[in-house]
Design a protein. Structure first.
Length: 75
């Protein structure tokens, strides 16, 4: 459970400097590790894709910008 809690706290701390996509990807990776994921690279890839889709959904479809960051400023 430390991985899950750490992922949530890290997301809160990093969402402002890194942006939603990178901080959410890292949170997904840590939660997956906490639940026993063995292929960390796959968890990181899935987390990135899910965060990208969620950001796109909020930003483009709903018109809500969920913080700026390294990747968000490129989109």
């Amino acid at each position: 459970m430390a991985w899950v809690g750490g992922g949530l706290v890290l997301n809160l701390l990093l969402i402002a400097p890194l942006g939603f996509i990178l901080s959410s990807s890292l949170m997904y990776l840590m939660v997956a590790k906490g639940f026993g994921a063995r292929r960390i690279w796959l968890a990181a890839l899935i987390g990135f894709v899910l965060a990208l889709v969620a950001y796109y959904g909020f930003a483009q479809l709903l018109g809500l910008r969920m913080g700026g960051g390294l990747i968000e400023d490129l989109l």
